[in-house]
Design a protein around this ligand. Structure first.
Ligand SMILES: *Cc1c(COP(=O)(O)O)cnc(C)c1O
Length: 403
């Protein structure tokens, strides 16, 4: 398409854009001067080197704010969505401990969110982990019923990293605001992909990751609402940068890159979503034609256009991923590949261990071409049929042995 990075026109096809996205070449371009020329410490207030860097950081902060409908001073930079989630959830719970000890989240959150809640449980907080519907969406009645006297915070993932399902953020926000409870959402997969507005959606805390939105790795942001005011306990002690929430010298080039990424996403989001949807539908219908029993995991309706999560009955998703030499897709989330158990998110949606194990995630992105989609369909169909055939043979052989 229009912006193919020059190094990636040939070779293996990348359809794992929910694990990470390539940095947009325009983003890299915007970052470069901040390594060598405008290298000053953005917190040095006494000279032009510092001011230049500070200008870059503040422009980036505004670009990010514009993408989610906030004020720029409500955005603080972090190292990524993992840190943002930690700061929002643990910082929010710990600061407000005197007002209560109860928290609400879902069973399908990203590992780093679930681990924050496990940590808080070990500190004496109580956590309600909401079940999820079979389509991957939360049940709003369940949410409303989960509130207690001392509920401090609700955390719900915006767009799911495995199934791409979009939660009803505005409805959740309204429920939380009515009760005066903080609403945090992990939007690592949502920012720059779907329209978000922290005012309309009544979001109090929102986590962002640079490398999921065609920005650089190692940078993220947290939106922290000012009115009504949200208060957090900082995790880092130091110079008090980022309104005291996150001490440490800001990585100017990364901040600038993330700002540029935000600005590009904002300008191109609608067109990009349309293109991704066409490509995704094409891919799905090609696969369905040859593998009619394939199933889509999660709502097709309330879903980010670039995601497919498919279940191929009778095969192992891991075998498929491994067998696909020229195509990068994945099972579950990249962050849990150390464990071999099938996706807890798919299990929470009601899939059996076998079904979850037969599933794979396909993530289209900004640089995916129509040609790649065509080729990916061929490769997936070919491998699934091959795996089924060899499995049939094994099954037949073992049946024969049994006689
Ligand atoms: C990738 C991801 C994270 C972690 O983000 P990092 O910036 O890599 O720390 C958190 N939540 C979700 C939903 C993600 O997809």
């Amino acid at each position: 398409m229009n912006n193919i990075p020059p190094t990636r026109t040939m070779g293996p096809i990348y359809l794992d854009n929910q694990a990470t996205t390539p940095t947009d070449p325009r983003v890299v371009e915007a970052m470069l001067p901040y390594f060598t020329e405008k290298f000053g410490n953005p917190h040095s207030g006494g000279h032009v080197f510092g001011w230049e860097a500070e200008d870059g950081v503040e422009a980036a902060r505004q670009q990010i704010a514009d993408l989610i409908g906030s004020e720029s001073r409500e955005i603080i930079f972090t190292s990524g969505a993992t840190e943002s989630n930690n700061l929002a959830i643990k910082g929010g719970a710990r600061f407000n401990r005197s007002s209560g000890d109860h928290l609400i989240t879902t069973k399908v959150e990203h590992k780093c969110v679930l681990e924050c809640f496990h940590r808080l449980e070990s500190e004496g907080f109580r956590v309600t982990y909401l079940d999820i519907n079979s389509d991957g969406l939360i049940n709003l009645d369940d949410l409303a019923a989960a509130f207690e006297e001392g509920t401090l915070l609700v955390s719900v993932i915006g767009v799911h990293n495995e199934v791409g399902v979009i939660q009803p953020l505005a409805e959740i926000g309204a429920i939380c605001r009515e009760r005066g409870v903080y609403f945090h959402t992990d939007c690592a997969q949502a920012v720059g992909k779907i329209p978000l507005d922290v005012q309309e959606m009544k979001i109090d805390l929102l986590s962002i990751s640079g490398h999921k939105m065609y920005g650089p790795k190692g940078i993220g942001a947290l939106y922290i609402r000012r009115r009504p005011r949200v208060r957090l306990q900082a995790m880092m002690d130091g110079g008090g940068q980022e309104r005291g929430y996150r001490s440490g010298t800001l990585p100017t080039p990364l901040c600038v890159g993330m700002g540029e990424a935000a600005s590009i996403s904002r300008a191109e989001m609608a067109d990009e979503a349309m293109r991704l949807e066409n490509q995704r539908n094409r891919l799905l219908s090609d696969i369905q034609q040859r593998i009619p029993d394939v199933q889509v995991n999660g709502s097709m309706d309330k879903r980010f256009a670039g995601n497919l999560n498919l279940m191929f009955p009778g095969i192992s998703g891991d075998d498929l991923v491994t067998a696909l030499k020229g195509l990068a897709i994945s099972t579950g989330s990249a962050c849990t590949t150390a464990t071999i158990e099938p996706s807890y998110a798919l299990r929470a949606m009601g899939l059996s261990i076998k079904e979850a194990g037969a599933s794979a995630r396909i993530g289209l992105g900004r640089f995916t071409t129509d040609k790649e989609i065509e080729r990916a369909a061929e490769l997936i169909i070919g491998e699934v049929l091959k795996l089924r055939e060899s499995k049939d043979n094994v099954t037949k052989a073992s049946q024969l042995e049994a006689y």
